[in-house]
Write a protein that binds this ligand. Sequence first.
Ligand code: HAM
Length: 423
Amino acid sequence: MAKAKLQTLRGMYDLLPETSAHADHLIATFKRVVEAAGYGRIETPILEDTSLFVRGVGNETDVVAKELYSFTDRSDNSVSLRPEGTAGIVRAYIEHGMVSLPQPVRLYSVGPYFRYDRPQAGRQRQFNQLSVEIFGEVAPSVDAQAIILAERYFRQLGLDGVTLQLNSIGDANCRPAYRKALVEYLSENSSKLAEIDRERIKTNPLRVLDSKEAKTKAVLAHVPQTLNYLCADCQKHFAGVLEYLDALEVAYELNPLMVRGLDYYNRTVFEFYGQREGAQASLGGGGRYDTLVETLGGTPTPAFGFGIGLERLLLEAEAAGSLPQPDTGKSVYIVSIGEPARMASFKLIEELLNANIAATGSVDRDSIGGQLARASKLGVPYAVIMGQKEVQEGTVLLRDMSNTAQESLPLNGVIKELSKRFS
Ligand code: HAM
């Protein structure tokens, strides 16, 4: 019987060299932008106690109720692959007593998350996020600074077409009145709602607001809006956020139906959208979560954060043509011809690498034509050619790949010459 072919699980993928170079560029730019703004890196475990996500993200959210990868470990504990990063970072903030550090505490993180979602372009079951969290500051300037940080990041990547949508969903003070009005409206119109949204009226009515169901969308045209139910403090806070964004002329659109899919948010919520045709939902999003630290057992601490999907960002940057070509400007390819050059070229590659000069080459194969074609394909500026004559004379041929000019150099001077040309 034929053995089943082994392959990646559905919704998971291998990061191959060409794409990983692009991903590294997005990550390096992210680190530069956030570190300049005073964020320090935190990485929490991928596997956590399932109760962290149930308590932190919410039992009725899709990511916990439907998409969590959970299993019982060998000690009978229920553990889960993290579906998002905020709950774990809040746990770490509490566990390491970060509340006693000077506030605000600014953290960033880069890593994989897992959701048993329906895979499609831009939606995987394992995906990566670039995220930031800020603890200990309730002022609206923090919300605006974080949003502007994300904007700056997109701009530095050359993505000028990213748009921002904002909303405020109130807090524990004003949410109940809004929720009541929403439930009333949805109940009155329940026969016109999609089945799944009819169920949500009881479990998580706010989630009906960002329903993708056509039937529901028609009902939402006249739904009560969170912004009309904000208490005075929430109103003032949101006005403050908008004032800061306006001061820096950050463009945004108010989206009264945006609630986000995770339960911990209050007040400001936002999402970024790319320009890619058929883009799978948002490039990134986040908001304020002033009660999560307390919910997970810590001292009440206001907080704000966002996450950007690395895979969606890659698709966006690719479509915008803003990914850099690999830099081969300072590397060399060693072409070796025949048995006499085999050992000499083998040694030269290692000596170049020891001198921190990027070098590759074929030691004992291929024709000279094949080797030069390979050098050309790699885009290296120079090839070093070693044949029988060169080995006997203790020389090499240095070939300028841009114009094919070749010059003879002593073998023991080639490292110095290349260092000079690359400096
Ligand atoms: P989220 O909106 O669930 O927020 O995810 C953030 C981003 O991760 C999304 O905008 C999207 O780009 C990406 N993403 C989510 N699910 C998938 C998927 N299945 N495949 C590919 N990309 C995906 C959070 O997770 C919050 N923890 C963000 C946050 C941080 N809020 C406050 N602090």
